[in-house]
Design a protein around this ligand. Structure first.
Ligand SMILES: [Zn+2]
Length: 271
């Protein structure tokens, strides 16, 4: 059953309501936020860049649209042996990340965001180094907002937990990477990103901590423990409708937060 058909059968609408129009995007992959999630976050961030920062990114770094580079880090992670940069496993008994315990070698998403933020700000670094740092940031600032990227090592962030969703078998990590993203009511992914971005004013975003990657990670950790891992299943073995609809709302909020925070990070780093 293809994605469009599955989406049509889904009885739970996204929190945003615009006319239902065919969506031509392919099914998400099971690696990090799916490609769609990363593109949405790139689109939202791009809309929120200061004009001077947008000019710098487009002219100096030759990146026209953040969404176009948003999946690059996933494409190179196997060849470069950088898989661990995309997540952090937290001790199963803890609801918060601790560097010394959870990332002693610094090879996890939270520490890598700090490293690349420093490179991006560093005028003495080469343009090529800074451009690559920017591409990593666009991706990793998104990954840290996926609740199961702050999951438990024992189940590999939910990869080992099998669930049934819309008539087929999947796993909890893949579900949260992309299968809960629902934008079939929009003509395109940029249109969906624009609608999401339009749902928040300065009042809401000012309540979200903008800097402090560990805080973003701890939010994700709590969402993993308080919601994502508390899987509810219907009698027919499928994920319970309440779990799916609530999960979709959480995913939308996380996409939006990631876009807002990524824009802020870039505005601060490149002003
Ligand atoms: Zn990733």
């Amino acid at each position: 059953m293809n994605r469009f058909r599955r989406n049509r059968l889904s009885q739970f609408a996204s929190v945003l309501l615009l006319p239902a129009i065919f969506s031509a995007f392919s099914a998400p992959s099971a690696q990090a936020w799916g490609p769609e999630g990363h593109r949405v976050i790139g689109e939202i961030a791009q809309m929120r860049l200061l004009p001077s920062v947008l000019r710098k990114i487009q002219d100096d770094f030759n990146i026209k649209n953040l969404a176009d580079v948003a999946n690059w880090a996933d494409e190179v992670k196997d060849a470069r042996r950088q898989k661990s940069w995309h997540y952090a496993n937290v001790d199963i008994s803890s609801d918060s990340y601790e560097r010394g315990r959870d990332c002693p070698d610094g090879q996890c998403v939270i520490e890598k965001i700090s490293v690349f933020e420093s490179v991006l700000k560093d005028d003495s670094a080469s343009l090529q180094e800074r451009r690559e740092a920017l591409k990593y940031l666009v991706h990793l600032a998104a990954d840290v907002h996926q609740p199961l990227h702050l999951g438990n090592k024992e189940d590999r962030g939910g990869n080992e937990i099998r669930v049934r969703f819309e008539g087929r078998q999947t796993n909890l990590h893949a579900l949260w990477d992309g299968e809960l993203i629902s934008f079939e009511k929009f003509r395109s992914l940029p249109e969906y990103a624009g609608a999401l971005n339009g749902t928040v004013g300065d009042g809401e975003t000012s309540a979200w901590p903008l800097s402090g990657t560990a805080e973003w990670a701890n939010e994700s950790r709590r969402l993993a423990l308080d919601f994502a891992y508390l899987v509810r299943v219907s009698e027919n073995g499928e994920l319970a409708p309440e779990y799916v609809s609530e999960g979709r709302k959480i995913v939308e909020t996380q996409l939006l937060k990631a876009g807002v925070r990524l824009a802020d990070l870039l505005n601060r780093s490149l002003k």
